[in-house]
Design a protein around this ligand. Structure first.
Ligand code: MRU
Length: 353
């Protein structure tokens, strides 16, 4: 596949199926998975075959569209959609894009009078979200690249690329644009235990676009910063609370603390779909806890005794006070706080109406 997506296309809607590049098979296997039912999509999200906040949101809408496709002749299509939305909402709790996308879909189909009409609306919405994500990512990349010094050595965490958004990427999009503009010297990629999104996915994406990078274990990040080899840290987000606190992949908070200690700017890149004005601060963000097997096992082998007690939070919360700026498609919020975020979201809503 070519065009704006380069040589791979993580998410594709055919009208009858939602086709995802299975992220659990990467980097070794480029395998596409055809989701034909809402259960296929929900399982793919739970098993992290598709992951990353914006990508999960778009997938959920595709799941709704597929639920309608599956309906029987005389079925109550509104009840089917409600049930499908409940199933999808129960997959992963932290990334708010999922819930925001389900809400957008709900309000769009509210005017539909027939199942066929609702089907068409959802079909178009999946296409629209996929296309819109491309321009959102481009705008984030443009705003963010301007923040980097020339010859920047950037450290990033988890995977925030095309795989995480279905388009160009958020934090990784900024890195890609900085590379295109000749401003980037090097990328430090953290492994991102336990699911290794940095090691498995970010290195795969950076290699595809020819950007020089070095993989480090999560525990090495503070040391690389202390040695003066990082100019900027840029990460993504799963939920930005009303006061600017940010939930993101576990390990992000440790990076922010280290960055402050070594006076390194710490940026978060997030589309407006990742903002949650109804959650006042980070304490109210639900943090997903995943299976202990993710920690006990690594690449098919045991790394600790099977009966070891494990805590496996998938995300943590970085307080707004540690964040230099949040880069969105609508601009950059420096030293984020409640007032600035309300102003950003208010202006963005006015622009859309
Ligand atoms: O558990 P994951 O892999 O879905 O977590 C992903 C992240 O934390 C990303 O930083 C975030 O979703 C942004 S992806 C553009």
């Amino acid at each position: 596949m070519s065009g704006q997506h380069g040589t791979y296309r993580p998410l594709r809607w055919t009208g009858d199926a939602f086709v995802i590049l299975d992220q659990t098979a990467l980097p070794h296997d480029e395998r596409y998975l055809e989701c034909r039912t809402v259960d296929d999509v929900a399982a793919a999200i739970e098993q992290m075959r598709v992951r990353g906040a914006p990508a999960i949101g778009i997938s959920a809408v595709a799941g709704l569209a597929l639920a309608l496709r599956e309906r029987g002749a005389d079925s109550d299509w509104r009840a089917i959609l409600d049930e499908a939305a409940r199933r999808l909402a129960a997959t992963r709790p932290t990334a708010v894009d999922l819930f925001n996308a389900l809400e957008v879909a709900r309000s769009r189909v509210a005017t539909a009078r027939t199942a066929e009409e609702a089907e068409q609306i959802l079909d178009r919405l999946v296409e629209e979200l996929l296309e819109r994500q491309w321009s959102i990512d481009q705008a984030i990349a443009q705003h963010g690249a301007g923040l980097l010094p020339h010859g920047a050595r950037v450290l990033t965490h988890c995977n925030t690329g095309a795989l995480g958004t279905g388009a160009y990427g958020t934090a990784l999009g900024i890195i890609r644009r900085a590379h295109e503009l000749g401003r980037l010297r090097h990328v430090w990629v953290t492994e991102t235990r336990p699911r290794q999104q940095g090691a498995r996915l970010t290195t795969w994406e950076l290699r595809r676009v020819g950007i020089a990078h070095t993989l480090i274990v999560d525990g090495a990040a503070a040391w690389i910063m202390a040695r003066g080899e990082v100019d900027v840290v840029i990460v993504g987000a799963d939920r930005v609370a009303a006061n600017g606190d940010v939930a993101n992949k576990i390990g992000t908070l440790a990076l922010a603390v280290a960055a402050e200690r070594f006076r390194i700017p710490f940026y978060v890149a997030a589309p407006l779909s990742t903002f949650d004005p109804h959650t006042p601060d980070g304490r109210s963000i639900p943090i997903e806890e995943r299976d202990k097997a993710e920690v006990l096992r690594l690449n098919g082998g045991w790394v600790a005794p099977a009966d070891t007690t494990v805590l496996n939070p998938a995300f943590d919360v970085t307080p707004a006070s540690l964040i230099t700026g949040i880069v969105t498609e609508a601009g950059v919020v420096l030293s984020p706080d409640e007032r600035k975020i309300a102003a950003l979201l208010g202006a963005a809503t006015r622009d859309r109406t």
